[in-house]
Design a protein. Structure first.
Length: 397
């Protein structure tokens, strides 16, 4: 009998033994999932001493699903995740330039997971290119379903793109397509509704965490109606729905041009707390910020619909096929994402214990080869790193 998490009256109802689906992932997914699951189970057991536990349910996606079922994203996988509300996944592979859409994007759009949430903070001991990586303490809210990721585009030279270009030039009097005979065309939809729900989530998060500042990141100086709309709608939403918080100083809304933001996070990252971005800008910024604190190997992420309760927590890095199956991969991104998941379902003590174990283990210079190699010290395998975490978890008070 599967015991699903439910949403009732806007609140998650979490049973003591919830069934949570997981997607192992491609490439290093098999390596990191096995280790991460052992660490998560150990943390749950330590905190709740058998009174609560997770019933893990594997669902297929990516290469494993393709081999078994002939499709990389089976309908059954989507149906199970819809029922379960909360799921967690490893990295999934999408070939570049071969016409296949990203499975990650497909999951987000199919489940309308409109907020990509990535808290970026430094873990002492992780090698970083910055002199003061500890100044970077920023939570990203990236719009997840619109922008160029809507996937509306036509290939250069196709009959369809000629039809689109003819419409633009003849019916809409567009003159800015410099090379119409060889241009591919893409459409960038950004809506008021999509922008508002993302920005509202960012503001609610900031207020719930006792943070004051939410920054809207955009390219509205050039794209005045799409990116500019995102900025305008954000300010209006804050004024209409958070007037009291603005008036008493609990909330401050400002904005910054996207390219300037990428400069400022290097020069003065402490100026930012919570940032709300459109989809493409959020993609760039999330990886850039992760690099400041050591890379996406230690960056957690979640894709959430705060209205329906659906959420998928994920490893934010790629599949790393060059080290897949070699027991070398760093499981921290998946583990820190699991800490977000436990916090989301109200099991915050478990998430805190996992984060503590990671901090203390890395601080003692026990780490996988991605970090150890930069420091010139001996490295641990994926499995050995997980065992070090479990040892610390079991020994914690």
């Amino acid at each position: 009998m599967r015991d699903w998490i439910r949403l009732e009256n806007g609140q998650l109802q979490v049973p003591s033994q919830p069934t949570i689906p997981y997607i192992e992932g491609d490439g290093v997914g098999k390596d990191i999932w096995k280790t991460a699951q052992a660490v998560m189970d150990a943390a749950v057991e330590k905190v709740y001493k058998g009174k609560r536990r997770i019933n893990w349910l594997e669902v297929l996606a990516g290469e494993k699903a393709q081999l078994a079922l002939g499709t990389s994203l089976p309908d059954d996988t989507l149906a199970v995740i819809k029922n379960a509300l909360v799921a967690i996944k490893g990295p999934l592979n999408t070939p570049v330039g071969e016409g296949q859409r990203s499975l990650n994007v497909a999951l987000r759009q199919q489940l309308d997971l409109y907020a990509c949430v990535r808290p970026i903070s430094y873990v002492e001991g992780v090698p970083s290119p910055l002199k003061h990586p500890e100044k970077t303490e920023i939570t990203i809210f990236r719009e997840n379903t619109e922008d160029i990721y809507a996937g509306i585009e036509w290939e250069a030279g196709s009959a369809e793109v000629k039809e689109v270009i003819d419409f633009l030039t003849e019916r809409m009097a567009v003159e800015q397509i410099r090379f119409p005979e060889t241009s591919a065309i893409g459409i960038k939809p950004i809506s008021r509704e999509g922008s508002e729900r993302l920005i509202r989530s960012a503001i609610d998060y900031a207020l719930s965490q006792g943070l004051q500042k939410v920054t809207l990141v955009h390219k509205g100086n050039i794209q005045k109606f799409t990116e500019g709309g995102f900025r305008k709608w954000g300010y209006q939403l804050a004024k209409d729905e958070y007037g009291t918080a603005l008036a008493n100083g609990d909330l401050v809304i400002d904005d910054v041009i996207a390219d300037n933001f990428l400069q400022q996070i290097l020069l003065s990252p402490e100026k930012f707390q919570v940032v709300a971005l459109t989809n493409l800008n959020g993609d760039y910024a999330s990886d850039a910020l992760a690099a400041q604190v050591g890379g996406i190997g230690i960056a957690p992420g979640a894709n959430i619909n705060y209205q329906t309760g659906h959420a998928i927590f994920e490893a934010t890095h790629g599949t790393a096929p060059d080290i897949a199956g070699k027991n070398l991969a760093n499981p921290c991104s998946l583990l820190l994402s699991s800490a977000m998941m436990f916090d989301y379902i109200g099991w915050s003590e478990v998430g805190e214990l996992i984060k503590l174990a990671i901090r203390e283990t890395i601080k003692s210079q026990k780490m996988t080869q991605d970090f150890a190699g930069q420091l010139g010290i001996a490295s641990l395998s994926t499995t050995a790193f997980g065992q070090a975490l479990i040892h610390l978890i079991n020994g914690s008070d």
